[in-house]
Design a protein around this ligand. Structure first.
Ligand SMILES: Cc1cc2nc3c(=O)[nH]c(=O)nc-3n(C[C@H](O)[C@H](O)[C@H](O)COP(=O)(O)OP(=O)(O)OC[C@H]3O[C@@H](n4cnc5c(N)ncnc54)[C@H](O)[C@@H]3O)c2cc1C
Length: 386
């Protein structure tokens, strides 16, 4: 068992860390204040990241991506957690793994441009009536002689405004769900309002409506009835990366700022870091962040070994998201009134962190998965030597 990182991994982390500190973090305040990421600035950031080979690092190098292992990708995603959602999307891309199931003509139309960063994709599964119950959707796609006719709607779709196409789940039979690549601009496809959120300012979250949208046959991902399963499988690694690893990065970022404040802020003529109750908040944060980080790395290592890590990723999702929640809450407390005041970014981190327990499967849904698997499989899920 070797827990050390090799020189290439250390260099990769250093490169991403420096790019985030120098190019990304300085943009955060303006995005927070205006609620939008200026298009010219977003494009400039995208170009810089791409020139350094930092775009689409999770994609295979044969397609022009970074060709990183799961573990190396996770090391980068942890660093991404040190900045905000919309900046990560523009700089490094959210090139979703389900697109790797593209075949034939689909590769040129949807997969390759996504990896190159010339087209952007959003995942659209959630509907007003179907969130945790992702199979309970009402959107349908019915076969006709030209392809498929799509009807229905989605909501909460992250980055929908910037996206050129959408990976859409739709019922293609009584108990059958398929995935389709749906281009923006098709007749009958309208984009609704931006649903304002508690946090993640700058990232639009959109409603989408499909009214008799005619799709070509080639828009179907995988076989009819199978694409949803393929997509849900591929979304596991997205969950580990975009929620697990980013939550660890974000918690680390906040913890560092909290420790800095505890070392500087004086009350009763002493640093507040000298008070044991403040120390407890720091100690608990450090313990939980380290536990979450090793869970993330271990799950990534399992994926690289070709092992099934579904339950481990569910555990990561819960633990990393809840750790982040506790750490930002403590940070507000350690900062006192300044933690609540908009003059510092702590209150923003607090708002941004809350969604981690909700999207990509709520904590309750993942706890259900973990409990059911454990009741069925027993100790293998908590004793690695079994
Ligand atoms: C900022 C943001 C970005 C998002 N981005 C996207 C996106 O890009 N694409 C996309 O498709 N979706 C997206 N979503 C949707 C997100 O994945 C869902 O909000 C999430 O899955 C929860 O669904 P829901 O909101 O309908 O809550 P519900 O499913 O209605 O859940 C409400 C409550 O009931 C609990 N609950 C539900 N079922 C069970 C159960 N079986 N056992 C125990 N408790 C249960 C939940 O845990 C929760 O506490 C986004 C949401 C937000 C807020």
């Amino acid at each position: 068992m070797d827990f050390s990182l090799n020189d290439e991994q250390k260099m990769l982390i250093e490169t991403v860390r420096r790019f985030i500190a120098e190019e990304c973090q300085p943009l955060e305040d303006e995005i927070e204040q205006t609620g939008t990421f200026n298009t010219a600035k977003a494009q400039a950031l995208h170009n810089k990241a791409k020139a350094l080979g930092l775009y689409g690092m999770n994609m295979p190098d044969a397609l022009g991506g970074g060709g990183l292992s799961n573990l190396d990708r996770i090391l980068c995603e942890e660093q991404f957690g040190h900045t905000t959602d919309i900046i990560i999307r523009r700089a490094f891309g959210n090139v979703y793994e389900p697109l790797l199931h593209c075949k034939g003509e689909q590769i040129e139309r949807w997969l390759k441009p996504s990896v190159e960063g010339t087209r952007t994709c959003a995942i659209t599964i959630t509907e007003p009536g179907a969130g945790s119950d992702a199979a309970g959707i009402k959107t349908t796609a019915v076969k006709n002689d030209k392809g498929w006719v799509l009807n229905g709607g989605k909501h909460f779709i992250s980055d929908g405004e910037w996206s050129d196409f959408f990976l859409v789940s739709a019922k293609t039979g009584e108990k059958e769900i398929s995935m389709f690549m749906v281009d923006k601009g098709l007749a009958g496809f309208t984009v609704g309002k931006d649903q304002k959120m508690m946090g993640l300012r700058g990232t639009p979250h959109l409603e989408l409506f499909f009214d008799n949208v005619q799709l070509e046959d080639v828009a179907l991902l995988g076989e009819a009835g199978q694409g949803f399963k393929l997509a849900m499988g591929a979304l596991n690694v997205v969950r580990l990366a975009q929620v697990g690893a980013r939550a660890v990065g974000k918690a680390s970022h906040v913890c560092e700022i909290m420790v800095g404040w505890a070392n500087e802020r004086k009350q009763f003529n002493t640093k507040i870091g000298d008070f044991q109750m403040v120390q407890q908040m720091i100690a608990d944060s450090v313990i939980e962040i380290n536990a979450a980080r090793w869970m993330v790395y271990h799950a990534a290592w399992m994926l690289d070994q070709g092992l099934d890590a579904r339950e481990q990723i569910a555990m990561v999702k819960v633990h990393a998201a809840e750790t982040l929640g506790r750490v930002v809450d403590r940070a507000v407390q350690v900062f006192g009134g300044m933690g609540f005041c908009k003059e510092l970014p702590i209150e923003r981190y607090y708002r941004d962190a809350r969604i981690y327990r909700i999207f990509d499967g709520t904590s309750e849904i993942h706890r259900g998965v973990i409990a059911k698997s454990t009741l069925k499989k027993g100790a293998v899920l908590f004793d690695v030597n079994r």
